[in-house]
Design a protein around this ligand. Structure first.
Ligand code: PLP
Length: 282
């Protein structure tokens, strides 16, 4: 595995590159001080980004929700092209796109692309599966749809709560988290979408709960439908996950990670993970 990391930034209408340890934002950047920005994590495989379009579409939506000045698709594609140039095809990478409010007050936004190899731990979880615990987010399932200030559905840089949930899971001996609403409805993982299979149907929770529209889940469901496997948007509970034939946390970089243990209870995947991975790989 290479440990190369790359950085490119968009400034005054052009791409600049920077060394990975070189400062690229000022100490007053509102992305740094307030988490006031949005981001995307895009898989690099075979030296390219096959799913970039879906990520750029979501980045534009997130930027609009936060009223951020989006530099536009041409800038993002130029940045991605810059960090990807000469990247070895055999090394999977995670390309992160960041857009912050910069210094605020109408100043130029901060626009960055980073690229680093996918970590060994992510690759391990993709193949070996994960132990997950359920944790409450403490918000009613219907609340965020009527509370635009909570930024439901936007992929903001304010991920401290998501990271704290993961650390809490680690203290419980688990790898990951299924967040639930105040009433116990399924929401999402801190960095993933919840998908489960019951009676041959793939399910995922509704977006009006304020969760992120996962690009990987959407690709999986589109391909499942094409392959004749039914899909459904279902307001499930933790009990539904325990009853399910299989449960995955799906996301762009890790793919479909099978949940082999939920709240300390071992569970199987009824041999369905191979099919799900095959659908995602198409
Ligand atoms: N939900 C949250 C909160 C996330 O951070 C992510 C990861 O980006 C996802 C869902 C899954 O999205 P995607 O499949 O586009 O990676």
């Amino acid at each position: 595995m290479i440990d190369e990391r790359r950085v490119a930034l968009w400034r005054d209408g052009e791409v600049l590159t920077a060394k990975p340890d070189e400062p690229v934002v000022t100490a007053f950047d509102l992305g740094l001080g307030r988490g006031d920005g949005v981001f995307e994590s895009v898989l690099v495989v075979g030296g390219s980004t096959p799913h970039l379009d879906a990520h750029l579409a979501r980045l534009a939506r997130s930027a609009a929700v936060l009223s951020l000045a989006d530099p536009g698709e041409r800038a993002w594609r130029a940045l991605v092209g810059s960090v990807l140039a000469g990247w070895p095809a055999e090394v999977e990478g995670a390309c992160r796109l960041f857009l912050t409010r910069g210094l605020g007050e109408g100043s130029a936004p901060t626009v960055l692309a980073l690229l680093a190899p996918v970590t060994g731990e992510v690759l391990r979880q993709r193949t070996e599966g994960i132990a997950a615990v359920t944790l409450s987010l403490g918000v009613p399932a219907g609340f965020r749809a009527q509370a635009p200030w909570l930024l439901g559905g936007a992929k903001t840089l304010s991920y401290a709560v998501n990271m704290a949930a993961l650390r809490h899971a680690h203290t419980l001996g688990a790898d990951d988290v299924v967040l639930t609403s105040l009433e116990g409805r399924l929401l999402e993982g801190p960095t993933s979408t919840v998908v489960w299979s019951t009676g041959g149907v793939l399910h995922t929770p509704p977006l009006d709960t304020g969760i992120l529209a996962g690009t990987t889940m959407q690709r999986l469901f589109a391909r499942a439908a094409q392959a004749g496997r039914p899909t459904a948007v279902t307001p499930g509970t933790v009990a539904d996950l325990h009853r399910a034939d299989a449960v995955w946390l799906v996301s762009g970089i890790r793919g479909a990670a099978a949940v082999h243990t939920l709240d300390g209870v071992r569970r199987g995947d009824a041999g369905l993970s191979a099919e799900v991975r095959e659908l995602l790989a198409r």
